[in-house]
Every structure is written in C-alpha cells, then in structure tokens.
Write a protein that binds this ligand. Sequence first.
Ligand code: NAD
Length: 729
Amino acid sequence: MTDFTMTTDADGVATITWDVTRKSMNVMSTEAFGLLSDLIDRALADAGVRGIIITSAKKDFAGGMDLNVIARMRAGGAQAVFDGVMAMHHVLRRIERAGMDPKTLKGAKPIVAALPGTALGIGLELPLACHRIIAADNPKAKIGLPEIMVGIFPGAGGTTRLVRKFGAMLAAPFLLEGRLCSPKEARAAGIIDEVVAPEDLLRRAKEWVLSATEAELVKPWDARGYKMPGGAPYHPEGFMTFVGASAMVHARTMGVYPAAKALLAAAYEGALVPFDTALRIEARHFTGVLMHPSSSAMIRSLFINKEALEKGAKRPKVADQTVKKLGVIGAGMMGAGIAHVAASAGIEVVLIDSTQAAADRGKAHSEGLLDKGMKRGKVTAENKAEVLSRITATTDYAALRDADLVVEAVFEDAKVKAGVTARVEAVTGPDCIHATNTSTLPITGLAGASKRPEGFVGIHFFSPVDKMMLVEIIRGQKTGDVAVARALDFVRQIRNTPIVVNDARFFYANRCIIPYLNEGIRMVAEGVKPALVENAAKLVGMPLGPLQLIDETSIDLGVKIATATRAAMGKDYPDAAVDRVLFWMADQGRLGRKAKAGFYAYDDRGERLGLWDGLARKYPLDKMQPSLADVQNRMLFAQVLEAVRALEEGVLTDIREGDVGAILGWGFAPWSGGPFSWLDMIGAGRAVEICHGLTAQFGPRFHAPALLRELARTGETFHGRFGAATPAA
Ligand code: NAD
C-alpha cells in the first residue's frame, strides 16, 4: 500500500503525501493509518528531519474515513472498535506531541498540514492534531466535520479538540450540525490558521516549519494553566452552555439520534477531565454509536446506497444521455422550480405556459431564488445573469424543436396533459424524451396520448423543487431504457438523488405518505388528541406530524386526490372516515397554511400558532387516550406496510431505493435508515405480531403482507434477503 509516501529535502523538511491512487478522493483506511504512523515515527526519530509537512497529491486533501472500513470494524465487536479507535488516537497524539519532552514541553518537531482543497471528517481531524493548518485559497473546497449527517460523530479526536479549542458553544455548529466552510470561512472561524494562494501552499508550509518557535508547537490544552474557552461545565458560564446545548439538541433531535446524544456526552464528560482521558471518553461514546443499529442503517442508506444510486446503480446500460436543452411545459410552482434547477446546472431551458405572463412569472421565480442566494453570498451577479440567460420564457412550442427532454408540469388532469403531449410531439424530434411530472396519474395511461410511448417516462419531483433532493423516475409499461437513462442522466446533471420505480397508482413515495396522513386524520376523527398525534410522530423522528404536513401540502389537494382515488377504486375505497374530516375542513375554508387556516391556526403572516381549537368541538376528545407507542405504531406501520406491498408488487425493485427514497422523499425517520431498515431493526417476527394487534383493533389495512410473514417465518431480514448489493455498513 502506498496511500502515504514520504520524501525529505535538503533542508531537512519531510513531506508526507497522501494519495489513494485507486480513488479520485483520498479516504482513510485502517491500513493507511498504520502506514502514516510508521512514517511519522521514522521522521520523528530521524535526526536529519527538522519538521514535517502533511499534504495530498490530489486537488483535495481528503473526503473522510472509508465508511466501508467502519463497517468492517463493527464486525469485530465493540472491543475491537474501541481498540481501533484508541490506536488512531495514539497516532494523532504522537503527531500533536511530536517528540516533545512531557515535562519541559520542549523538543518537538513542527508538523504542518497543507490542504490543497476539501478536508472533511478524518481529513480535518488529522490536521487538527498538527501544529498548524494552512489551506490553499480554493473556493470550491469544503472544510468541516460532517459525520453527524450520517449518524456518527467526529471520533478521531475532532470532538475533543474542537471543544477544547473553541469551547462547547462555538464548536456546536461544526460538531452538531456538521457545518462546512470554505477555507476563508474556516480561517475566520479559527479552525485553520492560514489561507494562501494555491501555488504558494507548499512553499509557505515549508517556511513555517523552518521558522516555527517552540511555543507554537504546544497546544493550549497541553500548556500549563489551560482554561476551556467559554468555561468548563462547573464554571458558571460553562454550566449555562451545557444546559442550553442539551435542551437545544433534544428539541432538534427529539432524542432519537444516538449520535447527537453521544456527542454531547463526550463533550461534557471530556471537559471535566485531562485531555488524554477525554480522548478515551470520546472513543467509548464513539464505539457505542458505531455499534448502534441506527448508525449502521444511516450510513448504509444516507451514504453508501445514496451514492450508489446517484452513480447510476439502476441505470440501463445505454450510451450517455446528457441533456443539453430542456423543455418545461407549465410554469407553475413545479415547472418554474424544475426550470430553475436545470438552468442552474448549465442546461438551456425553454419554459412554456399558456400565456406569456404565466411563463414570465415562472422565470421570475428563478430570479427570486437567485436574489435570495445573492443575499446569502452564495450567488454572484454574474451567476445570476448566466442562469437567467439560459431560461427562455415563451408560449411558442416551436422553441422546443431541438430539445433532448421535455418535462410536462401542467395541471393534474389527464386530458390537459394529453393535449400538451400531442403539441410537444408535433414539434420535437423522434429522439426527444417526453416526461411527465404527474404526482398521481399512472404513466402508462398518460403514455396512451403519445405516438412514442417507449420515449415516455415519469419524472416526479417533490416540492419545493430547489430543496427536495429526491426525484422519482417512473417506468410505464412501454417506457424504454433510453428514456429511463435520459431521466437518470438529467437527475445526475442537477445533482439530485434518483430512484426508479414501476408504474402504479401513486408510484412509491405518495403511496406511503398518503396512508401516514390518513392515519393521523383518522385518529382525530376517533377522538385522539391532535397534539398526541403530532408529537408522537415527531418523537419517532418524523420531521412533521401528519396534520402539519397536510396543512403544508394543502387540504384541497387532499380532497382532489381523495375524490379521484374514490372514483378509480369504487366500492373498495377504504378511506371514507378520513374523507369526512377532510371534506368538512375544506367546507370550512380551512385549506391549510396557504389559507392561513387548517388543522393548525395561523397568524396574519401565515406563522403557525398551534393546533386549531375548533377541531376539538367537532371531534370531542375520547376520555381514554391511547398510549404513545400505539399512536406511533399506527403511523409507522401505515407507511412501512405500504413500502413492503410496493416491493411485493414489483413497484419497487430494490430496497435501497425504498429506504433512500423514503428518507429523502418524505423524511421517513432518518435515524432508522428507512422503512426496510426499520423493519429489520425491530425484526419481521415482532412486526407481524404488532400487525396482528393493529388489525384486530383497527382493521385489515394493518394486515401483515405475505412477504413480511414469510420473513418472520424464516427469520430473515429485508437487507439480508434483498440487499446483497448493499452490505450493512
Ligand atoms: P400549478 O397550478 O402551480 O402550475 C401549473 C401550470 O401549468 C400553470 O402555470 C398553468 O398556467 C400551466 N398550464 C396549464 N395548462 C397548460 C397548458 N395546456 N399548456 C401550458 N401550460 C399550462 O401546478 P403545480 O403544483 O406546479 O403542479 C404541476 C404538476 O406537477 C401537476 O401534475 C402536479 O400533480 C405535479 N406535482 C405537483 C407537486 C406539488 O407539490 N405541487 C409535486 C409533485 C408533482
């Protein structure tokens, strides 16, 4: 292995270069850590070496730990994880002390990290152990500790070092929110020491090594008289910080994310003891988090599988289908959003509506988003002009002539959509792919209006388009591979995450969300406290309770979907009890947030005040309220059983998509890793038992699907049976 190599120049400056040749980005492995350790020992022992530069041969420094390595570490059990983490601490601590005499704190060799670009996770924890961090002025570089986003926390000393460097309060955004910065922002925040022109990076690093004073090599926490910035926990100010942080973390996470709790515990307990003991405490909590099923499920869904889907795991093997020119029909909320994200990704866009004013309003939406970006310093005037110049707002279908892809986002009405399909196909070439953004109408039916059904596909965006990362691609019965590949390549261009599902009413995401919303409404009708419904959902990790979610998406939309579904299903329609509430709300004019009146009350500016008290007059509260667990089970099972049925029926063909799609599409309890990961966590046997209880009490919608019963019988898990391509992290 040659992930790290070392050369020493005539001035006695050793340069250790990180270059994982088999990958485009450096990632750390256990073996590489061993190699780094050997090189550091050699350089420290070599009297001819005056100091060390640690840098990268790539344009970036490092992307973090190889998460597959973490998966392997876990397989060895808790003790092996703890030992592995402690071994890492020892190496980083040797870098930090760099051979100094522990009594006099003298005799260390200067070690500097020279970062050409992005430095994330262990890619920043290693520099944090060095005596100085110099970064190239590379505006594309991202610097930070994003571990919390995948359900772990910085466990290679990053937590302990950052808390000791800044105090808990200032370290919080970097540790608890995984905040990433550009090199200049990182310099301003004090995470790194210097930003220099890229061509000066190594020269400046060497200059620093040759001129460093002994005092510069002693970390504040190793110097005598160190006091934690902002105060240690028993200091009055420190006390306030930790009490506040604990409340803040709980308010945000509802206690369901083990990593956030463990991080806080590591920071608090670590702050009470000497530095080396704090590292042991960090390692203990880190081991606990790594061994928790939530972290493995989150890493698997939010990192490994999400990335696999983005890299084309489900892409048919056909030639590149990159989109150069996109047509968007319908410049409403969705069409305008799609035009904006496409133009921002460098694609030329023709945005069509039935009037010029409507088309212009669609383009103005993009301008509004760009203005917001400028205010936040994320967009320059030049970017704005470029993006807007790529959008042509018009009523003229002839402008679509050489489009590679057309996305239709007009009213949710099959006849209107059929008319648009015919007008588009009259001007586009035979190679143009026609996509519809319908949220409910089966694609196969809509494709009936097309002369080229093999080139007809569903591309279902979620609202708001510029924020929601999931795009659901739907294969109709006649949709061909090129259409699916073009849709996937388009989603790659706009940097979203795709799932590919087969055609059925509501596809995948809406099929699972609607029962969640309905179950919440059903409980209100039964006299369950609306606050219990909402809080039960949040306490199990749903970002929004069902009543809030339906207020956001609007009650009239719910009425429309219910009416269409009832018409399609006839006497089999199961949701009459839900409709009574929904239709009554609509009759009261309580259409949700947009009407400033829904299940919640709102003030004049549309700010949510609290649950609407009129609900209790219409649906008096039952004296006997159900337990929290019962309410949670009803809402979770309403979703996960639909996911299992979607898999059984072949709508979903890959549980990776089921898990990733649920988290990114409707925020399904991210701590769980998704519906299939959650079922695996509780076990199919237990899930079937709960289904029996729910069916007996609430009816056949909770009947356990055959596949779930089968797994309960054989003792298998979903990821065990269907996830061969997706080893549990
Ligand atoms: P919208 O009412 O905001 O916009 C529809 C636009 O289409 C309007 O500007 C209208 O003028 C235009 N239009 C209607 N008929 C037209 C025609 N014949 N030719 C050209 N333009 C025409 O609706 P929306 O919320 O943007 O939804 C559009 C589509 O996206 C629907 O199929 C909807 O189901 C789907 N969708 C909506 C959401 C959502 O959350 N709103 C989410 C996913 C998908």
